[in-house]
Write a protein that binds this ligand. Structure first.
Ligand code: ATP
Ligand code: MG
Length: 449
């Protein structure tokens, strides 16, 4: 790799400290004043250079995790793959990590059967496919930069002199709007297949191209996503689809073959149902519109928007075979969750909400609905209406239903709760309260549920 970094002095770039998180700045100042190197690193420098607001600010330093811990009383050491410090503020957590380097062969301990307990103690560990499982060897700022995924993510901002430091070709690639792997993309994607998803995510969210060699490597290695742990896949799915760029992301995932490994059930259905890809694009466009207007898109809503209709179809089949409606829907939700669990770990709370949205949707769609106040008082009601508005983009028959509910809400407004809070209320307690309030108020909005 490049031996001399390119240094852009303060006057040569447009990054200003005003664009930075005051908390991150405070940390940088303190590290610097104690004699440590302190850089802003990773995606935040990329975004500042592009004039975008970074999602988070990460800091790299030569202080060790122990030294960071001693310097910041509000810090906590976290991470299994990478040991780093989380510095907590009222409304923000800033990640501070010690510069690390990629391991060479003398560092690597290859243990095919990894015991969970062991992972905490090894400095560097690869599995039998060459996938990196732990990575904790300290290094120089340059070594830290070149172990990162893409050149545009390897830029640093040095608090000492306000310069931007480029250890690879990040600045040139930013200009060319290119996602380029640092080093051989096949090697880098083998070390960590999630990097392929990250390439697609940045291409979609920043409107960049994936450089040809990296794109070819993705086409070749797409199926290796199956090696990533289901909980990490679930985390990545959230970043891929809930931040306002789901539609272009979906397109690239499909084009690259990554979708078939990420959501195999969905991908299989697209092969057998013509027009389904376009329907998904329509639904995702609608979700993107909501996300960009600032509406929180929950994972449950996203999964329902993609899988809801097929779950409902399965439920109808079960019902036609003699199963009661409600039981048929529950069984179909359970079958879907079992299938998706092979690749992505959906938390129980999200799964419960997905089933609740679909259950309530059938009550919402009965026209005129029975007990509309009770329906509108359900905690999943707002999300179910959003779901209906999403699928209404491809099903005009829902328009009149949505209209009915919009009029109903205007004429008899109900108090809303945040879905997360109401979901946390233990079931038994909720039922008891609802019955009591039903008796007392005779179908008034149920604010406890
Ligand atoms: P976002 O805008 O989504 O936060 P980001 O690039 O900042 O994008 P983070 O997940 O916050 O992404 O990671 C911070 C930095 O850590 C990245 O910019 C990159 O340098 C490095 N990084 C993250 N994940 C990986 C990975 N899987 N492999 C190598 N480097 C990574
Ligand atoms: Mg980031």
């Amino acid at each position: 790799m490049e031996s001399r970094p390119k240094i852009i002095p303060k006057k040569g770039h447009r990054i200003s400290r005003k664009q930075m998180s005051p908390n991150a700045l405070r940390i940088l100042y303190r590290l610097h004043s104690r004699g440590f190197i302190a850089y802003l690193v990773g995606g935040c420098v990329r975004d500042l250079m592009l004039g975008r607001t970074p999602k988070d600010f990460d800091i790299g330093t030569n202080a060790t995790p122990g030294q960071i811990k001693r310097l910041f009383h509000n810090s906590r050491l976290v991470g299994r793959r990478f040991r780093l410090a989380h510095i907590r503020f009222q409304d923000e957590i800033v990640e501070v990590s010690t510069f690390r380097r990629a391991a060479d062969s003398s560092d690597i301990e290859e243990i095919p059967e990894i015991d969970e307990g062991k992972r905490r103690h090894v400095r560097h560990l690869k599995d039998e496919h060459g996938m990196v499982l732990a990575d904790n060897i300290f290094g120089t700022p340059e070594e830290d930069a070149i172990r990162r995924d893409f050149t545009i993510n390897a830029l640093a901002y040095n608090i000492a002199d306000s310069s931007v430091v480029d250890f690879s070709t990040g600045l040139a690639d930013l200009k060319e709007r290119l996602i380029r792997s640092i080093g051989d993309p096949e090697v880098r994607f083998t070390e960590d297949p999630v990097r392929m998803l990250r390439a697609v995510r940045f291409a979609a969210s920043h409107n960049f191209e994936i450089e040809e060699e990296a794109w070819q490597a993705i086409l070749k290695l797409a199926s290796t996503i199956a090696r990533v742990s289901p909980s990490r896949v679930y985390e990545e799915i959230q970043k891929l689809f809930l931040l306002g760029f789901a539609e272009p992301t979906f397109f690239l995932l499909e084009k690259s073959g990554l979708l078939a490994s990420l959501l195999p059930g969905l991908s299989e259905r697209m092969r057998t149902e013509p027009g389904l890809f376009q329907t998904f694009e329509t639904h995702l466009r609608s979700i993107d519109g909501l996300a960009r207007s600032g509406a929180p898109i929950s994972p449950a809503l996203f999964f329902t928007a993609l899988h809801g209709e097929s779950i409902e179809r399965e439920a109808l089949k079960r019902h036609q075979d003699g199963m009661p409606r409600r039981q048929a829907l529950d069984a179909s939700c359970a079958a879907f969750l079992e299938e998706i669990a092979k690749t992505a770990h959906i938390p129980g709370r999200v799964a419960t909400r997905l089933c609740a949205i679909l259950t309530l949707k059938s009550s919402i769609c009965k026209m005129p609905p029975r007990r509309p106040n009770t329906i509108a008082g359900r905690p999943e009601f707002p999300e179910t209406l959003v779901y209906l508005s999403v699928v209404a983009e491809s099903h005009t028959e829902y328009h009149s239903i949505l209209q009915w509910w919009e009029t109903f809400i205007v004429e008899s407004p109900v108090s809303e709760e945040t879905p997360e809070t109401s979901d946390d209320i233990p079931r038994k307690k909720r039922r008891r309260k609802r019955r009591r309030s039903n008796r007392a108020k005779q179908d008034q909005p149920d604010t406890q549920s």
